[in-house]
Ligand binder design. Structure first.
Ligand SMILES: [Mn+2]
Length: 416
């Protein structure tokens, strides 16, 4: 134990915080790492471009092109990140045998056996996402809201296949699988019919979730979005639509992606609002710059505030946390690592905050002291506790982890 940690421990003890307890708690909280940062959301089941209102920008060399490369890169990133992990997989990351191919409506658990093997051998759970984009069956930009019944049916069948795969994940790993439904369906310009697509979307999700599954094993979610590239005027799966869907359909969770709202809205404020009503909620944690830009998560104010809300609401076991961003302009393994470490920092910072003291100040209308204390907390010796946490998790501190990134880039990525 470092001298710096001993001093930090004393400093936090003086405000009623047990740093050792915070470290132990954080070690047990799983955060889902998204496989799609590793290859710019390309996947293994198609050659076409990324569609659905999302876009990766940048062409940093060395991106993963095979399942083996992607898994090796994830392993490298995870070796540099403290804390418990889950693996988050999109359906387009199905792994077929040589010469084999099935379309998304026919996907089976066996096409994800290698992901199960990967997760199980590392003692991790798996989360899952149907992929309703980047596919020839996206008709006029629409999937589950399509007025064309053949199109809509195809995507409903895809969703049902994903329910079966999610249950397989949970049974194999022994850890519940969060299955998130997100579609990019919408219109570039002012629609002539806003309700029709939403009624079709509602019916489509109801059909998907009519597929039998064990509610203790599969946690279906619906994720909202305010707009996407090329669908600026309207998206069917708006905040109101998905939130109301989840509120009126037992067992379905709302999923908030903090890049999917108007830029002045903050998900930190929405977390406690939803926790008043939902037993469980899910998050996609990202960093939007002006819009859903999918920038790598950093340890900024809103990131800290989101983590604080989860901790101060005593909801660490009610919130499923997953990262969701993709930056192709920088080393992708570093992108994973910086983002994951940033969320770990935010959670640790939240666990080191004297919430009861701050709440009491608010309840007693001591707003002057509340402001003063909040400002003082910002210069507490957080870094020493963070370093101790990393050390106890067996990962490198400071910039030492980045040496691994440089060496991996030289010996592995540069040869691709
Ligand atoms: Mn998302």
């Amino acid at each position: 134990m470092s001298n710096a940690y001993e001093l930090a421990k004393q400093a936090y003890a003086s405000i009623g915080i047990d740093t050792d307890a915070a470290i132990e708690k954080l070690k047990s909280i799983p955060v889902s790492l998204h496989c799609w940062q590793g290859d710019d959301v390309t996947g293994f089941d198609h050659d076409g471009p990324l569609t659905g209102g999302i876009q990766t920008t940048g062409n940093y060399p060395g991106k993963a092109r095979t399942p083996e490369q992607l898994m090796a890169d994830m392993d490298k990133a995870m070796s540099l990140c403290p804390g418990a992990k889950k693996i988050n997989v999109h359906a387009c990351y199905a792994i077929f045998d040589d010469g084999e191919f099935v379309d998304r409506d026919k996907l089976e658990p066996k096409h994800f056996a290698k992901w199960v093997e990967f997760a199980k051998s590392r003692g991790m759970g798996l989360d899952f996402n149907p992929t309703f984009f980047s596919h020839p069956m996206v008709k006029d930009g629409l999937t589950l809201t399509s007025p064309d019944e053949t199109t809509r049916k195809f995507w409903i069948e895809h969703g049902k296949a994903c329910v079966r795969i999610s249950e397989y994940f949970a049974k194999e790993t022994g850890i519940p699988c969060v299955m998130n439904i997100w579609i990019g369906d919408g219109f570039k310009d002012v629609p002539a019919d806003r309700m029709g697509p939403r009624l079709r979307y509602k019916d489509s999700i109801e059909q998907i979730l009519s597929e039998p599954y064990d509610r203790n094993l599969v946690k279906p979610c619906v994720e909202s979005k305010v707009f996407g590239i090329g669908v600026e005027a309207y998206t069917a799966g708006s905040a109101e639509f998905t939130l109301t869907y989840a509120a009126t359909h037992e067992g379905c969770l709302p999923l908030m992606d903090n890049g999917h709202y108007h830029p002045t809205e903050v998900v930190s404020d929405k977390i406690p609002a939803l926790l008043c009503y939902f037993p469980e909620i899910a998050l996609h944690i990202t960093r939007g710059i002006r819009w859903d830009s999918d920038h790598v998560l950093v340890f900024d104010d809103e990131t800290k505030e989101m983590a604080k809300e989860i901790v101060r609401c005593d909801a660490l076991d009610r919130v499923y946390m997953a990262l969701d961003y993709f930056d192709a302009s920088i080393n992708r393994i570093s992108a994973w690592t910086v983002g994951f470490r940033s969320w770990q920092k935010a959670l640790l910072n939240a666990l080191l905050t004297p919430h009861e003291t701050l709440k009491a100040l608010q309840d007693n209308a001591e707003f002057t002291e509340l402001m003063a204390m909040n400002e003082e907390l910002k210069t507490m010796p957080f870094g020493a506790v963070w370093d101790e946490y990393c050390t106890r998790c067996g990962v490198k501190t400071g910039m030492a982890w980045f040496d691994d990134i440089k060496s991996y880039e030289k010996t592995v990525l540069s040869k691709r």
